[in-house]
Design a protein. Structure first.
Length: 65
């Protein structure tokens, strides 16, 4: 497993997808895609300030990824 992390807009998704494509059996699990599965009550992390609920959801989606 390889985790790609970084600042918002840094190209993590692009790098992760390209990296996964280099393996014979590679998968790219996007944390953003997991967040979009939340039907109601989703809280996205904000660039300036993150609510406690957004921080909790961020930790959960990263753990589940």
């Amino acid at each position: 497993m390889i985790v790609v992390s970084g600042m918002q807009g840094a190209g993590k998704t692009t790098v992760a997808a390209a990296l996964a494509g280099r393996f014979a059996k590679g998968a790219h699990v996007s944390a953003d895609a997991l967040q979009k599965l939340v039907v109601s009550g989703a809280r996205w992390p904000e660039a300036r300030e993150m609510s406690d609920e957004a921080a909790l959801q961020l930790r959960l989606r990263l753990r589940n990824a």
